[in-house]
Design a binder for this molecule. Structure first.
Ligand SMILES: [Zn+2]
Length: 202
């Protein structure tokens, strides 16, 4: 006999698959929702459903956008320079850099990072759309803002070797970000400094 009815156990199992949530936190959340008024729990379910059904990816930079919109707000903006392109791993990194308030260019989200160990090559992430995007000559500088991890560094090097021959300046976020860390968790000041003190990759 199970200690919990199946629907409760199922929710606990689902919640514990989320990053940073272990079985204990998952149980606490499930019991919180079980006690909460019906509408609170249903609002959460509705928010999840809407998030999945009403969002998509920008066709140009792959940032998250509203479903049905071809281009995201940043790509559409006429106030942002199309001459500087910041390349990041995930949409959350766009958010982190936007929070610094000191970047006025556009982005390209790779949707991952090169990782030979996990079998992730250039085909599995948005590398070729980036190289294609650079061909029209509008971009003068590419800032490689992949995470300061082994994979992030390898991805930056790979991209630099392909972009420099196109006559485009390539720079990398300055050191000072915690090594092995995530841009997404860096504090605003550190990230802002890494951005302004970015170093040219030769
Ligand atoms: Zn976009």
């Amino acid at each position: 006999m199970r200690a919990l009815p199946d629907p409760v156990q199922t929710l606990i199992d689902r919640l514990s698959r989320l990053p940073g949530i272990g079985p204990k936190t998952a149980s606490r959340l499930a019991f919180h929702l079980l006690k909460a008024p019906d509408e609170d729990a249903l609002e959460l379910a509705k928010a999840l459903e809407e998030m999945k059904s009403q969002t998509g990816h920008c066709e140009q930079c792959f940032n998250i956008t509203l479903a049905g919109e071809t281009l995201c707000e940043i790509c559409r903006s006429e106030n942002r320079s199309g001459e500087v392109l910041c390349v990041v791993e995930e949409p959350l990194d766009v958010l982190a850099i936007e929070r610094t308030g000191s970047y006025q260019g556009k982005y390209h989200v790779l949707m991952g990072v090169l990782s030979p160990i996990e079998g992730i090559g250039p085909d599995q992430i948005k590398v070729f759309p980036l190289l294609e995007r650079l061909k029209n000559g509008a971009v003068r500088e590419v800032i490689l803002a992949t995470n300061p991890s082994m994979e992030g560094d390898a991805t930056a090097l790979y991209l630099q070797q392909r972009i420099t021959p196109m006559g485009i300046k390539v720079s990398r976020l300055a050191r000072g970000l915690p090594v092995g860390g995530d841009i997404e968790y860096a504090d605003q000041t550190t990230l802002q400094r890494a951005l302004t003190e970015r170093q040219s990759m030769e």
